[in-house]
Write a protein that binds this ligand. Structure first.
Ligand code: GDD
Length: 423
């Protein structure tokens, strides 16, 4: 267990926060970038994905502890936690490692003693792989107003996209959740689960416990509809108390939320602000754009003014990257130590660490329509990634054109390529 001590711990925290960071077997859709950095630490708009979650949690006044729960190796978050503890001295932060993937509720239950330490009244739970403005204070207000057991963050998506998410049927007047179905086969609602929750601690743990108990009377599920196809390995319960039953992977969405909807105290806060999932590597590009646009609206000092080279909109440039004269970079993430030579063009792309893009070369993807929740498109009858991604240390020769490709690390592209995965 990794712990970063808080400088001063005073009073009792009544809201704790957990960020569900998953583990190495889950980031497969984030390849090739996840080959070199764990997805939660990939930098979007100049900060690791989970840094954006911490920044939002920091605005909630009574949070004094944030726990990352996942099944990455302990060493993965060590430096991040050290740096974050300097930036957010108001929290104690720790990473708790599941011995195997326990599911979105299994990890919470496994570490319930640590989570309940200090007797927090409320528990914020954030999926690490979402990007939004995290209106946590508004969720807290609704929670208090309604004397809720749970509040979920919801957003509207197109009817076509809705079935890729958890779907919420609610009473628009009272905001009460009437019905919740995870990734339904037929359309029930276009109000979807954003992966951000606020629970009353006195309710969520008994609810998980009831779900475990029900397992003994219901047939075991063999697979769960997860977008990363979670393995449904059976795992022993975390029981260090009177639990005699064995638990399997437990998922908040399938095992808990549907039942919470039967209570009268489950509410939805619908955000009208931006929201996206960060699943595929390509989805980091719209997430980057959305965070940068938000920073621009807020007139953030972190944004640098445009330079002589034509950068932007929606470009993040990593440390020590060199962009040559006359180069055009738009809607892209350029990572550390990249060299883009003069008069090259990079659009709708991610250029991995230490990459090189030659003079007059073009590296380009296809723009993702505003509001789309998919990063794949069909070209010549084949489904390809709309964002071009070059893994670590790839080189693109002078005048070479790379379009809608995903390129594994260390490749040298010396001829034009389109719509390919380059292995
Ligand atoms: N600690 C831990 N342990 N975290 C996990 C585990 C686990 O076993 N499994 C998943 N996670 C984390 C992932 O890293 C991610 O941050 C989050 O939990 C949800 O991941 P998935 O289980 O793959 O679900 P999903 O992304 O397909 O769908 C979920 O998120 C959507 C919003 O992005 C659901 O909550 C949907 O209802 C929701 O719409």
């Amino acid at each position: 267990m990794l712990q970063v001590p808080i400088r001063e711990q005073s009073g009792q925290s009544s809201t704790k926060a957990v960020i569900l960071v998953g583990g190495p077997s889950r980031g497969t859709r984030f390849r090739p970038l996840s080959l070199d950095v764990p997805k939660p630490l990939f930098e979007v708009a100049g900060h690791p994905i989970i840094h954006h979650c911490l920044k939002a949690i920091a605005k909630v006044p009574d949070v004094r502890e944030v726990i990352l729960v996942g099944y990455y190796d302990e060493s993965v978050f060590r430096d991040f936690l050290k740096d974050s503890s300097k930036e957010f001295p108001q929290f104690r932060m720790q990473y708790l490692r599941e011995y195997t993937a326990l599911g979105t509720a299994g990890g919470l239950y496994h570490f319930r003693d640590a989570i309940l330490k200090g007797k927090p009244e409320r528990l914020l739970v954030l999926n690490a792989d979402v990007c939004c403005s995290f209106p946590l204070t508004e969720m807290l207000t609704l929670f208090e107003e309604k004397d809720a057991e749970a509040v979920i963050l919801g957003t509207r998506v197109s009817n076509d996209a809705a079935s890729n998410f958890g779907c919420i049927v609610s009473d628009s007047h009272t905001k009460r959740v009437l019905h919740y179905v995870e990734k339904p086969e037929s359309h029930i609602s276009n109000l979807i689960n954003c992966g951000v929750y606020l629970f009353a601690t006195e309710c969520i743990f008994p609810a998980i416990r009831s779900a475990i108990k029900r397992r003994t009377t219901r047939p075991r599920l063999l697979s769960y509809p997860s977008s990363d196809n979670l393995e449904s390995s059976f795992v022993a319960a975390a029981g260090d108390d009177d639990d005699t039953e064995k638990s399997e992977v437990l998922r908040l969405e399938q095992d808990i939320l549907s039942d919470l909807a039967d209570s009268n105290r489950f509410f939805v806060h619908e955000t009208k602000d931006f929201w996206r999932q960060i699943k595929s590597a390509g989805s980091a590009v719209p997430a980057n754009a959305l965070y940068l646009q938000k920073a621009f609206q807020a007139q953030s000092e972190e944004l640098t003014p445009p330079s002589a080279t034509i950068l932007g909109p929606n470009v993040s440039i990593g440390p020590r990257a060199v962009i040559g004269a006359g180069a055009r970079v738009k809607d892209s993430i350029v990572l550390e130590d990249v060299e883009i030579r003069h008069d090259a063009c990079v659009m709708h792309s991610i250029i991995g660490w230490n990459g090189r893009v030659g003079a007059w070369a073009r590296v380009e993807g296809t723009p993702i329509p505003i509001g789309s929740h998919s990063t794949s498109i069909v070209k010549q009858g084949v489904k390809v990634q709309s964002i071009t991604i070059l893994g670590k240390e790839c080189g693109v020769g002078d005048e070479v054109r790379v379009q809608n490709c995903v390129c594994l690390p260390y490749k040298e592209l010396k001829r034009d390529v389109a719509n390919e995965v380059i292995m």
